[in-house]
Design a protein around this ligand. Structure first.
Ligand SMILES: NC(=O)c1ccc[n+]([C@@H]2O[C@H](COP(=O)([O-])OP(=O)(O)OC[C@H]3O[C@@H](n4cnc5c(N)ncnc54)[C@H](O)[C@@H]3O)[C@@H](O)[C@H]2O)c1
Length: 257
């Protein structure tokens, strides 16, 4: 997520849902310098234009079972109304069909990121796009979970953890390289410096790396198709997916069975 710092810092964010997806989305936004001004749950929403402390809010809800009584935050009794407040980015991360024709005209966010599955109805999506809003579709935005499930499937096929065969070999290669660098530079690295460079990737680091690469690739492909076809990101993501299925089906000979 560090590559996003410049874009996300200072942006105001509203998140609907404080479960697995909403909590972590809020955490990552906060860690990258954004201001989380509202979080909605099934009973109430907490709103503070100065920004909510996500970990403190999480602890408060874990203890009290509600956002009520959290610092100076305004409590919104009809939580769906939180999504109509001014913000830069709105993240529906709870349920499907939360933005429909009955409330879409009140949505003020410039960017809506579908962290939940299907939180925007098709008509509401078209309305948002017609108003120049950017909708990042669930198909793209929340694909990280299934991507890592795919990595798990790959691992299960080989019965070997990622990096097991290559980690020590890579560390030995980097060790030799550093020795050469030290000889030429005329300076010995400290043990900490040496360890920082040599350290071979742990399995979770490889998974994060693969996930980042996959998601960046998917974003770039979607953006390119949207520009080429002059269409929205949802249509572009669906077009790319259908094209991939078509390609795999053709290449595997399924078309000719
Ligand atoms: N967990 C994943 O890996 C994953 C991956 C991709 C997509 N999704 C999708 O993201 C959404 C959330 O999944 P999750 O895993 O975070 O579920 P979760 O059950 O952990 O969290 C959902 C949260 O939404 C809250 N909620 C329920 N009704 C609400 C309402 N009316 N207004 C506001 N909040 C409400 C719940 O109390 C809960 O805290 C679902 O649509 C799910 O399909 C999840």
């Amino acid at each position: 997520m560090t590559g996003l710092d410049g874009n996300i810092a200072g942006k105001s964010i509203i998140v609907q849902g404080f479960g697995n997806v909403g909590y972590w989305a809020a955490k990552f936004f906060e860690n990258n310098g954004a201001k989380i001004i509202g979080i909605g749950e099934h009973d109430v929403a907490a709103y503070d234009p100065k920004g909510l402390d996500i970990e403190a809010l999480f602890q408060h809800r874990a203890e009290k079972g509600t956002f009520r009584g959290f610092g100076s935050a305004e409590i919104i009794e009809e939580p769906i109304k939180l999504m109509e407040r001014e913000c830069d980015i709105l993240i529906p991360a709870a349920l499907e069909r939360q933005i429909g024709l009955k409330n879409v005209k009140n949505i003020k966010a410039k960017i809506i990121g579908e962290a939940a599955n299907g939180p925007i109805t098709p008509d509401a999506h078209d309305y948002l796009v017609s108003k120049g809003k950017v909708v990042i579709p669930d198909l793209l935005l929340n694909a990280g979970g299934v991507t890592v499930s795919y990595f798990e499937w790959l691992k299960n096929l080989s019965h070997v953890r990622f990096g097991r065969m290559s980690r020590k070999w890579e560390e030995a290669g980097k060790d030799k390289l550093l020795t050469l660098v030290e000889e030429n530079a005329g300076r010995q690295l400290t043990p900490q410096e040496r360890r920082a460079v040599i350290h071979g990737a742990e399995e979770h680091e490889l998974v994060y790396s693969g996930l980042e690469d996959t998601m960046i690739g998917a974003c770039e492909e979607t953006r390119a198709t949207a520009a080429l076809k002059n269409t929205d990101f949802r249509t572009a993501a669906i077009a790319n997916a259908i094209q991939k299925i078509s390609l795999v089906t053709t290449q595997s000979g399924q078309m000719f069975l």
